[in-house]
Design a protein around this ligand. Sequence first.
Ligand code: TRP
Length: 332
Amino acid sequence: MSKKISLTGIKPTGMPHLGNYLGAIKPALDMANSGDYEGYYFIADYHSLTTVHKADTLREYIYEVAATWLALGLDPSKVTLYQQSHIPEIMELNWILSCFSAKGLMNRAHVYKALTHNNEVDKRDTDHGINMGIYTYPILMSADILFLKSNIVPVGSDQLQHIEIARDIANAFNHVYGDVFTLPEAKAQEGALVPGLDGRKMSKSYDNHIPLFLPEKKLRKTINKITTDSSEPSVPKDPNNSVVFDFYKLFATEAQIAELDAWYRRGIGWGEAKLELFNVVNENLKGPREKYTELMADKSKIDLILQEGADRVRPKAQEFLKEVKKAIGVLN
Ligand code: TRP
């Protein structure tokens, strides 16, 4: 029996942070390495174009995200890594699908709705600052998913609606032409919930995040910024009520956790606790950081991997697009 196809897209919008890593990237890598699926991972560069309008920035983001996944252990001999814009057939499918996408469906997409809502609150024109790429973002995402006949799409919970939309669009098309598209299923990622420097969920928009591949010194400095109370070192501390400890648990071994737990209860200085935290985080990230730095210093290796990915995926896209074009009547 052939393996199910699993596909996920990564939008290049800057270096991922520790929250992204433990919440989404790590579970996706575990899935890739399990060998249970035929895995596809792609860099959704055209999705970034909805918001990133600086060529050098976009170019850098694309390499950063590719280097990140490779540095963390994505193995291009086991799964296929490619760049969305290298597969022009996705754009053809995007148009075809848009002719089966109800405008009302786009109006209900969370991201678009939130933007129009903000405009209304701020008493601006409803569609102020919203380009058509943002509006039709879910259609392009449907094309990403459907052209490879993906069965499983591992995503964060914020993306579940997009998978529903892809199913709706596929159904609308299949209803007319028969079973051309495979209906994808979302697989919600069960990654760790990672606190940020201030204890709220780690997020770039809260500016409380720790980028994955900071140089050691900067990582140390950033970890020192984690909010703590002002209790003296000698005062016993509750490990269950400490962002530093929560973080530590995400990286340390059972034995290390037990040890730090005891130290907390005896009384530990926050400086000491943060140093322990830095040590385990740094231990975990050292190897990937070196690999990341190496990949970013000579980008030809990434170029080659992405080229190979495109070479594997494009023939599939071309073949499938023929099927779709025959179904709609533009090809004999
Ligand atoms: N929208 C996704 C995100 O913001 C990225 C993405 C684009 C994607 N196309 C996809 C994810 C297809 C899964 C499948 O993270």
